[in-house]
Each structure stands twice: as structure tokens, then as C-alpha cells.
Design a protein around this ligand. Sequence first.
Ligand SMILES: *Cc1c(COP(=O)(O)O)cnc(C)c1O
Length: 378
Amino acid sequence: MPRPIHALIHTDALAHNLQRCRQAAGEARVWAVVKANAYGHGIERVYEGLRGADGFALLDLAEAQRIRQLGWRGPILLLEGVFEPRDLELCSRLGLWHTVHDDAQMEMLAGHKTLQPHKVFLKLDSGMHRLGFAPERFRAAYARLQALPQVEDIGLMTHFATADVAEPGVAAAWPCFQAATAELPGERSVCNSAALLRQPQLAEQTDWVRPGIALYGSSPDFPEHGIAHWGLQPTMSLRSQLISVRELQPGDAIGYGATFTAERPLRVGIVACGYADGYPRVAPTGTPVLVAGHRSRTLGRVSMDMLAVDLTPATTQIPADFAPRVGTEVTLWGRSGGGAVLPIDEVAQAAGTLGYELMCALAPRVPTEVEGADEAAG
Ligand SMILES: *Cc1c(COP(=O)(O)O)cnc(C)c1O
């Protein structure tokens, strides 16, 4: 038998979260953001759940090719645009829309021989200062694009730096976008997950939204709001099993570095999951975990292939009449077999990071299955 660790991708939850984003988006169309291999889920594994989107947005030409291979004929947007001139040939061939965020990309486009004019999104830097044209240069860039015979359609976009917090939120960035794009024709796209859920009125005033993280069942503004607040469901469950159960006496330490010492008798379990599976090594004692669906906590340091969890009824939510044993299911994040939910955001917070990073870091060695919409109902 292989190690009992595995990940499940929940097709029903992806479809549900997409629907939830659509509801917030109103009339705006939805780019499902599937960059970074669909936030670690695997593009092929999320396709069924997300194919109800109006388009797919990503960064990598190889990922765009994979979506076309899955049979997707609709829009695909390259969020960082092209990296070298010959990427434009593939854009022509695959019919990709691409962002233009920089003069270098403008030059490439001007030199591109194409039979099929391109759809592009011109990107404004509204304050993130990462990509995009500065507001004072935006109109000149637009005019230059408009004059290029290689360009058929120009959309207008920006990406918010602080849409996930109340202060400053989009208080400066949205007016900046409005001013820079006033009177310019073209479809508009500004909302990531945080802006879409927190400021749905911006979706109403634009044509396309670009949710990523919300589709994958992680809250864009945790801990202010969790997924239950936003009506989102986990789409990735990382599950394993206990491979050992033992008793600690007061004074016994557990794991490398002996960072945790029992002060009272504790029953503990060893789980087949470690940092080589993508579980964060920095997750400290107390990081939440589900044992047979009951909330518990990790103890001591996470090793490469194992971690320890508390099985003591008095210090966890494990009922006194439940006896965990070798083979008992442990859910590191997501949905337990019985349906209990441990949001990835809570694990991420304990480890000082975000749900984004944990899902992207799921290790290739973890066998991953897609749970289809049918058997996952309910
Ligand atoms: C990643 C990304 C998004 C999606 O962001 P989330 O926070 O995951 O919703 C939207 N737009 C751009 C340009 C991005 O790079």
C-alpha cells in the first residue's frame, strides 16, 4: 500500500464557488484565474468544475495550450502578456488575448506579423507599482495601441494592491482607473476575488471580473471574513491517516528539537504527512487539524514525512468515546470524509502564510484525485 496521504479536488465545490462569484459579478463576465496550475489544483483537474466560466486567465503559454487541448474554444487571457516576440505567434495561433503592460510589449506587437488581429487588455498601474502604465502615460499607450494594425480590440484593466482590506481598500485605485480610462472605449476589468466579494458594485460598473482564490475556497480577506461568510466551499482536501498511536507521559517531548513537551498525559497520533508533501514546516504546535472530522491540533515540529497530532479528548474536540487508531482519517485542510470542514485559511494563518501559498505548494508526490460532481453531492 502506498503512503495513505492523498489530495482530493472537489468538482462540485469549484462549480459552486464559480456560481458564487458569478452571483457577485452580476452582468459582468467571469475570467476564472487558473494561473500557477490552477493554484496548485491542476488545470486538468479543475477544468470540469470551472468550464462554466466565460474565459480562463493565466500566465503561461504552456498552460494556455493545455486549456485548448482540453477543448476550450472560448477566451483565454495572458495576465502578464507575452515575454518575447515569438510568443505572439502562439497567441495568434491559439487565439489568446494578452495583457499589454509595458513599452517592450508594445514594440513586440508593432513588429509582429499577424493575419489575425489580437485582442489585448491595456494595463494601468493604479498603485501596486508592479506592472502597467502609469496613469499619466495611459492615454498615449492607448493611442499607440489603437494605431497598430495588429490590434483588433483593446480592453482596459488594472489590478488592485489592497482590495482585501478596508483601509485603503480601492479608495484611491478605483478613481485612478476611472480617471485614466474615462471616455476610452473598451471592455473594463478590475476585480480580483477580494474586490469582487467586497465591492460588488465595481463588478457592476465593469465588463469582466477576474476571481482566483475565491474559486478555490479560500477567503481573499481572511481573517476578517472566512469562507463561511462568503459562502465558499473548500475545493482541495488534503487527507492522510494515523500510522501510529502512542501515549506521552508528563515530561515527554515529541518530534525533532523536542519543541513540545507534554505537561499531562496525552494520547498522540503520528500522521503520514510532512513538509515534503507540501504541509508547511513552520506550522507550530496548535495548528488545527481534523481527526475523523473532529478538531484537534498539531504537536511539535513538522518533519519531512510525518507530523504529530493530539488525540486526547480533554485537549481536543475528539469525543471521549471515540478511539483513534492506526488508519483513522486525518484531514490537514479541506473537507473530511464525513463532511467536516477545516478551511485552508486557518492552517495558513497558523503557519504565518496564506491559503494561496499552501494550495500552490501541494507537492507532486501527493496522489491527487478528482471527486466528480455526482458522488460529491451534498
Ligand atoms: C492572480 C490575479 C488575479 C486573481 O487574484 P485573486 O486574489 O486570486 O482573486 C486577478 N488578476 C490578476 C492580474 C492576477 O494576477
